[in-house]
Design a protein around this ligand. Structure first.
Ligand code: AMP
Length: 212
């Protein structure tokens, strides 16, 4: 059973790499704090309402809110049984320390990507409203324009509300401010594995990173 943190700037490919991990470890549970928060936003839950103003600006939701959310998720049976990939958490040193008090992780996979590519990845990305398959207007259009390759639903380029240029700049700055102390925390424990993720890895390469 593996307990993995996926780390990297917005647009580094954490979602894509998580899918690659699930291809080789099908039972592992993918936990994305961004996804959980967006679901709460959509459902207009108290948590979603609290998070909205931060997410709209590309700022971090306060630590106590996100830490409680992760604590609850990591208590669940499926996670205890199958392990997890954390995507988007920890984002601050305080979150890293809190996680360390909840459970010990195996390693942090740091995805490295040039900033020009990140910008295109984020500003061009969109997804199928029905099955969630991700596309990119620069790099990865569906085979038939307007039709999802996976489920056949009709799709159009529609950005996530926080994938605009101003918010993106803010999110990149927030990442840069917080990343080093978090990485230092895990480097001291010898847990960081760096992966160049400008191109998708092969299954063999993914297995090597995951030591399976
Ligand atoms: P993401 O989908 O990971 O890019 O997250 C989208 C937004 O959700 C971020 O810009 C933050 O506003 C919020 N968010 C996600 N994860 C965290 C976290 N660990 N700590 C604080 N805010 C978060």
């Amino acid at each position: 059973m593996k307990k993995i943190i996926l780390f990297g700037p917005p647009g580094a490919g954490k979602g894509t790499f998580s899918a690659q991990i699930r291809d080789v470890l099908p039972e592992i549970i993918h936990i994305s704090t961004g996804d959980i928060l967006r679901e709460n936003l959509k459902g207009e839950t108290p948590l979603g309402l609290k998070a909205k103003k931060y997410m709209d600006k590309g700022e971090l939701v306060p630590d106590d809110v996100v830490i409680d959310m992760i604590k609850d998720r990591l208590k669940k049976k499926d996670v205890k049984k199958h392990g997890f990939v954390l995507d988007g958490f920890p984002r601050t040193y305080t979150q890293a320390e809190a996680l360390n008090n909840i459970t010990k992780i195996d390693y942090v996979v740091l995805l490295k990507v040039d900033e020009d590519i990140i910008i295109k990845r984020i500003l061009g990305r969109y997804s199928c409203p029905d099955c969630g398959e991700i596309y990119n207007k620069y790099f990865m259009k569906p085979k038939i324009e307007g039709v999802c390759d996976e489920c056949g639903a009709s799709i159009k380029f529609e950005q996530r509300s926080d994938d605009n240029e101003e918010t993106l700049r803010n999110r990149l700055n927030v990442y840069k401010e917080n990343a080093n102390p978090i990485l230092e925390f895990y480097r001291k424990k010898g847990k960081v594995k760096e992966v160049n993720y400008e191109n998708k890895l092969t299954e063999q390469e993914v297995k090597k990173v995951l030591e399976i």
